[in-house]
Write a protein that binds this ligand. Structure first.
Ligand SMILES: *Cc1c(COP(=O)(O)O)cnc(C)c1O
Length: 389
């Protein structure tokens, strides 16, 4: 059992752990190659027989990608991790490895919209049914679980930031014989370590806080070696969603500053959320740190949350008046971002469902970046004032 503070310790170990790499370089090299050659026939056949573990082809194993996987496994307190081309590749490869036609998944409501769309398109075609439940209602989760193959969690959920007792939900899944999987992108391993809470597999959009600089799209899944090996052997080679060495290298760099970045996002995000909550133009702020206590297992908060305006504020004018907060999707980088809910609800992608996402059309989602709390607050205050009729 590992405690959440161990993640900060694991992150400090990471800084010193590369002496084994080429030339004692403090930064691991980018092994930018598609294939690796064999010195002899005997070595090749031993590798093909599985008697020798070594890189063959970068769709399967690449040393730079492996460095990232080992670092992430350490941060999550996992036996192993598998890096993939995007967060969605991590979600689809994980889910597709463990479900078969006729299976059922229980998912918490308001999951990341493209996960919802994957469930409503490809999984539906495979005759895999998804039951959505309010993850705060443990009786409803328990009632939905019997017969389900998998419990799919996200806490806090996308946009509305509903939080769950992750350990309690993982226990319910285990009792029902269902595999539990959680999207931990929001909290990062520094503020939530789901494996220590009893969840079977933890996955991330590494495009967000793990990378941290808005220059990578990547994903990763971590957990017990036996489960990660199944995804590695069944989904990685055939679905082919591998991560590139250069992007893995950027992620290795990003992880080194994860602890300091997360502390800064937490402090600024919470302060901005508190001031918004006290602002007369704001009806509601959805930030887990504003509750009396964080849910069990969550030890800190990140910079992503949403809030809803009262009538009398022109949301479009507010967005256009902002200067530090840029209009843009994604989050987890150095920069502050704003996404208006009414725009998301107009997205043409199918399936689309305001109800499934829980998005209020008068809400906006903010990512509070690293520009500094006072400058960001001034930007928000001025934009709200200018947008009020
Ligand atoms: C962005 C995001 C994803 C998808 O990750 P990509 O790297 O964009 O494929 C999954 N879950 C959450 C919570 C996200 O915010």
């Amino acid at each position: 059992m590992t405690s959440p503070m161990d993640a900060f310790e694991a992150a400090s170990l990471i800084v010193a752990h590369d002496s084994e790499h080429a030339f004692e370089a403090v930064v691991p090299p980018i092994v930018q190659t598609s294939l690796f050659t064999f010195a002899t026939y005997a070595e090749m056949v031993a590798t093909y027989r599985g008697e020798k573990q070594r890189p063959v082809y970068s769709r399967g194993l690449n040393p730079t990608v492996r460095v990232f996987e080992e670092m992430l496994a350490r941060l999550e307190g996992a036996e192993d991790a598998l890096a993939l081309a995007s967060g969605m590749a991590a979600i689809s490869s994980t889910v597709l490895t463990f479900v078969e036609p006729g299976d059922r998944i229980v998912a918490v409501r308001h999951v990341y919209p493209d996960a919802f769309r994957l469930f409503g398109t490809h999984l539906k075609k495979m005759r895999v049914e998804v039951t959505y439940v309010d993850g705060r209602d443990e009786a409803a989760v328990a009632a939905a679980l019997p017969g389900a193959k998998l419990l799919y969690l996200e806490s806090p959920t996308s946009w509305v930031m509903e939080t769950h007792d992750v350990a309690a939900l993982a226990r319910l899944a285990r009792a029902a014989g269902a595999l539990s999987v959680i999207d931990n992108s929001w909290a990062s391993p520094l503020f939530q370590r789901p494996l220590s809470l009893g969840v079977d597999l933890v996955l991330h959009s590494a495009s967000k806080y793990l990378g941290g600089h808005s220059d990578v799209v990547a994903g990763v899944v971590a957990g017990p070696k036996a489960l990660v090996d199944r995804i590695r052997s069944e989904a990685l080679p055939y679905l082919g969603g591998k991560l590139s060495p250069f992007e893995a290298w950027l992620l290795v760099r990003g992880l080194r500053t994860l602890p300091v970045r997360m502390k800064a996002h937490e402090a600024s995000g919470l302060e901005v959320a508190r001031r918004l909550q006290a602002h007369p133009a704001v009806a509601q702020v959805n930030h887990p740190g504003l509750a009396n206590a964080l849910p069990p297992g969550l030890t800190g908060t990140s910079g992503l949350f949403s809030f809803t305006f009262r009538e009398g504020v022109d949301v479009a004018a507010f967005c256009d008046r902002l200067t530090l907060f840029k209009l843009g999707v994604s989050w987890g980088g150095h920069e502050s971002l704003v996404v208006p809910g009414e725009v998301v609800l107009q997205q043409k992608a199918q399936p689309n469902s305001a109800q499934a996402f829980g998005i209020d059309p008068r809400s906006v989602r903010l990512h509070v970046g690293l520009e500094g709390t006072e400058a960001l607050w001034r930007d928000l205050e001025e934009a709200i004032a200018a947008a009020q009729s």
